[in-house]
Design a binder for this molecule. Sequence first.
Ligand SMILES: C[S@@+](CC[C@H](N)C(=O)[O-])C[C@H]1O[C@@H](n2cnc3c(N)ncnc32)[C@H](O)[C@@H]1O
Length: 188
Amino acid sequence: MSKEGLLRLPAHDLIDQSFGRHIGVKDVDAQRLAWLAAQVPEDGVVVEVGSFWGRSAGFMAAAMRPGVRMYCVDKWTNPVDLDRFQRNMAKLGLEQSVSPLQGDSVEVARGWEMDIDLLHIDATHTYAMVQADFQAWAHFVRPGGLIAFHDYGAHTWPAVKRFVDEVAALEFEKLGVHQLIWSGRKIL
Ligand SMILES: C[S@@+](CC[C@H](N)C(=O)[O-])C[C@H]1O[C@@H](n2cnc3c(N)ncnc32)[C@H](O)[C@@H]1O
């Protein structure tokens, strides 16, 4: 059963099995990301910065409405990891709605042109890198669009919380914190 602001997908256990429970976002994080992705209007655009094997991407893509497209940005420095990402998407039948964009986040953003309805940032968690990802991508989020940061409040990555509190929360109205996901809505 889903709690308010969380969405537990029928495919949750299947995604757990396919993607490995210990890699990427945990249960409530996943349910929060799925809920956020389900808010994106038909034909909208979701971008994830930092996808690795696709666990968080899988939860979001499985929750998206028809016509929503998701773009996953990752360096995937080891080709084995991109291959695993693509196989995971195919296993869930999500490969038509999810496109990998391989490269450095800031470089990929230089060639980006579309408005974004939901942006999830989960790449390198130092202050400088979270800031670089935010500066590269957040201005593409349309007014009223959504943003999520993973590892907000994680003891191992204090910079994520510091950056969100100091900078992101000035441009995005806080919607809530669910496990390690901070989410907000772009101020109109
Ligand atoms: C924590 S993992 C992402 C986990 C994923 N969101 C999940 O829940 O399954 C971080 C990923 O960010 C990628 N990454 C780190 N810095 C990056 C950058 N500057 N540009 C692109 N990808 C980056 C890494 O290659 C890694 O796969």
